[in-house]
Write a protein that binds this ligand. Structure first.
Ligand code: HEC
Ligand code: HEC
Length: 260
């Protein structure tokens, strides 16, 4: 019990630190802008070095230095190891207002497509071990339903198997499809919910929006719980490009339909 209380306290402290880190990042950013503007007025060029480290400094306060995210809460998503095409697309979707989250939309507002690609490649190349995240209490029946949706789908509701696009091990497919294993329950279920409430969208046809709308609320809980609790495959890398034939057309996968 004592250990648990201690862990809880450490958790709270960690959370507070994180919030403070975010605030400090915002303050630093504001201070740098004011200083920059002042210098520019004096006729001196901006002196902030334009390096990748400089560009990602505003991201790491929330996502972690290596894009590890916050597995304990799932609130700040992991970026490490996700396919670069997928990450770059998300940045563009936040920029275009298709995917909605104020601080993200603000952070990427002025980034050029080249910068976004470079940042996406940095985080994609990070190799960070996956950490376990808390699991909800769900019935064995719900887990069985979750496994069925992930591996076989449900033809009676026109729901394709998640594995048909996310790869046989559900570790994703290069360059545009993210893995689903190793992600926290809260993150998975909230993203599926976002497609239904239209706070997350991408270029049409938005196959994930279609799928999320075919899932019931209990299906979303079931598949997210099964995915989050799944034993991690020894190789977490995404499958090679062109190794799937998607059962629905997804705009993000381009004309060939498999993103290759
Ligand atoms: C204030 C905290 C914060 C900052 C700063 C921030 N992010 Fe995010 N980011 C988030 C949150 C929260 C989400 C999840 C939003 C959602 O649920 O859709 C997110 C989502 C993302 C995603 C989508 C992840 C996925 O798997 O779909 C990417 C990519 C991303 N951020 C990259 C960046 C980059 C690059 C930067 C810096 C240029 C950055 N973020 C700065 C909080 C932040
Ligand atoms: C027809 C192909 C296809 C099928 C089938 C499919 N997905 Fe997806 N999924 C995608 C694509 C493409 C993306 C990237 C979407 C984007 O870029 O916005 C994606 C993204 C996701 C994400 C976002 C992950 C992140 O890091 O933010 C989740 C969660 C997800 N899918 C869950 C599922 C689940 C659960 C199933 C099965 C019930 C499923 N998908 C079936 C194509 C598919």
């Amino acid at each position: 019990m004592k250990v648990r209380a201690y862990n809880r306290r450490m958790d709270t402290i960690a959370k507070l630190c994180r919030v403070r880190r975010v605030f400090s990042a915002v303050l630093l950013f504001a201070a740098a802008s004011v200083a920059g503007a002042a210098r520019a007025e004096e006729g001196h060029p901006l002196t902030v070095p334009d390096t990748l480290q400089q560009r990602i400094a505003s991201c790491t306060a929330c996502h972690g230095v290596h894009g590890e995210g916050t597995p304990e809460s799932g609130f700040f998503p992991r970026l490490a190891g996700k396919p670069a095409g997928y990450l770059a697309r998300q940045l563009k979707d936040f920029q275009d207002g298709l995917r909605k989250y104020g601080p993200m939309e603000y952070t990427v507002r002025h980034l050029s497509p080249e910068y976004m690609q470079e940042i996406a490649e940095y985080f994609s190349a990070q190799e960070v071990p996956y950490a376990r995240s808390p699991l909800p209490r769900v019935s064995p029946e719900a887990l069985k339903r979750g496994e069925e949706l992930a591996t076989k789908g449900d033809p009676s509701h026109q729901i394709p198997a998640c594995a048909a696009c996310h790869g046989t091990q559900l570790t994703g497919v290069q360059p545009n499809i993210p893995g689903l294993v190793g992600l926290p329950y809260d993150y998975l279920s909230s993203q599926l919910g976002s497609w239904r409430t239209k706070t997350r969208a991408t270029v049409a046809p938005d196959c994930m929006a279609e799928i999320a709308n075919r899932l019931s609320a209990s299906d979303i809980g079931a598949v997210s719980a099964w995915l989050a609790g799944r034993e991690l495959p020894s190789d977490m890398h995404a499958q090679p490009a062109g190794s799937i034939s998607p059962p629905l057309h997804c705009g993000v996968l381009g004309a060939t339909g498999d993103g290759a």
